[in-house]
Design a protein around this ligand. Structure first.
Ligand code: SAM
Ligand code: SF4
Length: 332
């Protein structure tokens, strides 16, 4: 039998799926959620079994990499078992997870044993009080414990994700780089994206570009541009002083990665989003629930959905909300 692959209308092969396993979170990061978030009622959220079925269909259609995200994926009960099931799907090369790290002290070992290959851990600052302000509920010491537990459990190529905001954490950039060097972690700096309405700060005023982040880093280190790519919005650099780690710069406002985009996202409600910055979507939950036990119906819907994938996204740097959903609905 010939290999099955998903290809969109622009001949891009889609082999990377990000799945949000919950919209809930134990943190309320200022750029991600409102303080008084309303979460979805349970019946609107995919069950773990439904999430597994979607993963199974995507892998049958040639998906090589799946990333679980949220909300905070590690606060959904049963998530370790879900990881174990997905990691065992034949043909999948890599199951990864993006987490805030709050539960890793407890779960790093079981996740590693379940077959999760790589972790991205969010960390925006190293000052406990500022960490609390940015996350509203988070405890820095717990996250650092989690990062150390991940290293100890055997995770390699762990990456820190850091959203940079002018006046909030831009002065900590080099401390974060030095933290990453000491613990042998890659680190990515992310420009804030206009997802959902927030009142904490003006996104336009807090905007801190990847180029500005590199200028700061150049005050302490020698940056060397690298040709490495993951077909996503990251560009990579290395440091002459610490070549063992990789620095990524995620500039969602730029378009130069759209041409090679290989990814789609599944929201916690089962909507398949074809592009993070657009509303093109297909309701896979409706397909799953109206045709239970018929994976061929799900696969057909996924193949058809590829035709809707737009060529590029449309973010602008201002305070208008261009995409109404919050990041916790879609996963970063
Ligand atoms: N809770 C997990 C975490 O924080 O890593 C996973 C979900 S979180 C939505 C995924 C990533 O999206 C995090 O690294 C977070 O910093 C990033 N993120 C959330 N809102 C964002 C925004 N408005 N702009 C840019 N990145 C954002
Ligand atoms: Fe939670 Fe992650 Fe959003 Fe922070 S960025 S509120 S940790 S989902």
């Amino acid at each position: 039998m010939s290999e099955r692959v998903l290809v969109d209308g622009f001949s891009r092969r889609v082999d990377y799926l990000r799945m949000s396993v919950t919209d809930r979170c134990d943190f309320r990061c200022v750029y991600c959620m409102a303080e008084d978030m309303q979460f979805l009622p349970r019946q609107r959220v995919l069950t773990l079994e439904e999430i597994y079925q979607v993963a199974q269909s995507f892998v049958a259609l040639g998906t090589r990499k799946i990333r679980l995200t949220g909300g905070e994926p590690l606060i959904r009960p049963g998530v370790v078992q879900l990881c174990q099931q997905i990691a065992a799907l034949p043909g999948l090369r890599e199951l990864c997870m993006t987490t805030n790290g709050s539960q890793l002290a407890r779960l790093a070992d079981p996740l590693f044993e379940a077959g999760v290959k790589r972790l991205n851990i969010s960390l925006d600052c190293l000052d406990p009080q500022r960490f609390r302000e940015l996350t509203r509920t988070g405890e820095l010491a717990q996250v650092i414990k989690g990062i150390d537990a991940a290293n100890k459990a055997g995770f390699r190529n762990t990456k820190l994700n850091c959203v940079v905001m002018k006046g909030r954490n831009d002065h900590e950039i080099n401390d974060l780089v030095s933290f990453a060097i000491d613990r042998n972690l890659d680190i990515s700096f992310i420009e804030e994206m206009p997802l959902g309405t927030i009142h904490e700060h003006s996104r336009a005023e807090a905007f801190f570009s990847s180029a500005q982040v590199r200028e700061k880093i150049a005050e302490r280190y020698t940056l060397i541009e690298s040709a490495e790519s993951t077909q996503g919005p990251s560009r990579y650099w290395r440091l002459a002083e610490a070549p063992h780690i990789r620095l990524g710069f995620i500039s969602p406002h730029s378009h130069n990665f759209c041409g090679t985009c290989n990814r789609v996202r599944l929201t916690v409600e089962g909507r398949l989003l074809l592009c993070l910055g657009n509303e093109h979507a297909v309701d896979l939950k409706a397909v799953l629930r109206s045709h239970p036990g018929q994976p061929e119906r799900l696969e057909h819907a996924i193949i058809e959905a590829m035709k809707l994938k737009p060529y590029r996204h449309h973010f602008e740097v201002n305070d208008d909300v261009q995409v109404v959903r919050f990041m916790n609905m879609t996963g970063g």
